[in-house]
Design a protein around this ligand. Structure first.
Ligand code: F6P
Length: 326
């Protein structure tokens, strides 16, 4: 058992639906275990500038269903400097904080790893990102909501595509990951999916679209992950329109829409489970890694493994997407 008494929590990097549920769970678990919770606002930037406030059970009332994060988020260049991290540590010490929970993605965890090595302060990370691009968890907090948002948006695009016999390219976020793209593409029945993990040439894409036209498809949908090497949807659509004019071609970029919205039940429950576990792990003296859920079991993964060479996209997903698009 550790001597941890005053636990900080913050959200960092791109916000994700479910972050509020995770913050709520950390705060409520602290109170349950008679620890004192502190909110650290605006991620590492706020830690450096001392935007830190003691929280109580009522501070996190009525937020489980809300997208975004009441603690705000930021990407902090200053925290990447030793001077910045020293200021951050002094802020924590000024509030007597002796451990913290970092809710974010790979950049957040890389920062936490360096920080906890430089300063003897326990930290546990929770995977808060829509990209689902971390090792050590089946799903990250926010991913399920983002996929549902993408799928329902693609359904709406399908309505107008089929009304006008059009070809639509729908671009989704995910940074270097195609996870949002492939799952939403299957769910919404798109004809093709372009992702970083399995690059598709324009020639290959046109062959798929020609086959669809031969099969009397009056419209088609292509889901494009923003980080694919073939390029961004606008440029792909332009080249396809020039070389394959069977359809009138349009583009819809979902962008930050995928970061908002009320979290799904799956994300709320995942966030709640991980938030409670984060406090329990800190109380048990654990530090230096991310908690996730793998095959319904809580798993602790050291930060360097959680963020290393992540290629966790199941090739089976692309295989069935291809079969179903005929
Ligand atoms: O990492 C989450 C994410 O939404 C990525 O999918 C996206 O590429 C990036 O953040 C956008 O970052 P920002 O909100 O800073 O523009």
């Amino acid at each position: 058992m550790s001597k941890v008494q005053r636990i900080g929590v913050f959200t960092s990097g791109g916000d994700a639906p479910g972050m509020n549920a995770a913050v709520r769970a950390v705060v409520r678990a602290c109170i349950y275990y008679k620890k004192t919770p502190f909110g650290i606002y605006r991620g590492y930037d706020g830690m450096i500038s001392g935007e830190i406030k003691e929280l109580n059970s009522r501070s996190v009332s009525n937020i489980i269903q809300r997208g975004g994060t009441i603690l705000k988020s930021a990407r902090s260049a200053e925290f990447r400097t030793p001077e910045g991290r020293k200021k951050a540590y002094e802020s924590l010490k000024k509030h007597g904080i002796d451990a913290f929970v970092a809710i974010g993605g790979d950049g957040t965890f890389r920062g936490a790893q360096i920080f906890s090595q430089e300063y003897d302060i326990p930290v546990v990370g929770l995977p808060g990102t829509i990209d689902n691009d971390l090792n050590g968890t089946d799903f990250t907090i926010g991913y399920d909501t983002a996929v549902n948002t993408a799928a329902s948006a693609i359904d709406k695009v399908r309505d107008t595509a089929s009304s006008h016999n059009r070809l639509f390219f729908i671009e989704v976020m995910g940074r270097h990951s195609g996870q949002i793209a492939v799952r939403s593409s299957i769910a919404a029945g798109a004809e093709a999916t372009m992702i970083p993990e399995e690059p598709m040439s324009i020639d290959d894409l046109i062959r798929i679209l020609e086959r669809g036209a031969d099969h009397k498809k009056s419209s088609s949908l292509v889901v494009v992950a923003e980080g694919g090497e073939t390029g961004r949807s606008i440029n792909i659509a332009k080249e396809v329109q020039e070389r394959f004019s069977h359809y009138d071609t349009k583009v819809t970029i979902l962008g930050h829409l995928l970061r908002g919205g009320s979290p799904t039940v799956a994300d709320r429950v995942l966030a709640s489970q991980l938030g409670v576990s984060a406090v329990e792990y800190l109380i048990d003296g654990k530090t230096g890694g991310m908690l996730g859920v793998v095959n319904n079991q809580i798993k602790f993964t050291p930060f360097d493994q959680a963020t290393q060479n992540v290629h966790n996209l199941d090739p089976e997903m692309m295989r069935i997407a291809a079969i179903l698009s005929v």
